[in-house]
Design a protein around this ligand. Sequence first.
Ligand SMILES: [Mg+2]
Length: 224
Amino acid sequence: MAELNVAASSSLPVKEKALQLLRAGPLPKLIVLDLDYTLWQAYVDSTSGPPFVYHKQEQAVLDKRKWEIEAFEHTRPLLQALMEANTQVAFASRTEEPAWANEVISIFEIDEQGRCLSDYAQAWEIYPTSKEKHFHALARKLNVNFSEMLFFDDEKRNIHEVSQLGVISVHCKDGISLSTFEEGLLEFRCGNSIEHCLVEFVMYYFSWYLSNYVHICHQVPFDC
Ligand SMILES: [Mg+2]
């Protein structure tokens, strides 16, 4: 789906752009995020394991052999925006090492106050099973319907499986980013409100028209 230029093209920091997007329309009651290669750049069960330590200067978690588990560039600002917008977050991971993933989310710092990934989520389901089971558990635990959720994952098989439940699911093959976040919100809003969808499309084409008009004006040797 096309990226909305309204927020993504401005020079604001990622967190502020994300807040703009969040405030622009109806929100999901719950945003569910995968962990490995969606929030951080590693398969936690393929690391050398605990003890895990958070390294403040590197802003990464180090495993037993001091290999780094780094967050994707937009992970922190997007989570901070979600917290500021009071949007519920949950994690769903099918890792083979749930205890390791639990340890990593409890020490992975997300902000300057030292709050960690686990402080940014209301619930998490971390164990090797199908994501379908994770979602049924999250729906029960947080009393949220599938149609009120939005899901991000780097693996297509999970996107396919969770979509079958009626959850708007967004594939982010290079980790979560502002553009996939924007794509997800737009898709969620389109799926939940025809009027809002029409407004989003009108805004998109208006913004596209304006940017092209300005581009053409810069190229012709007379005033437009
Ligand atoms: Mg993953």
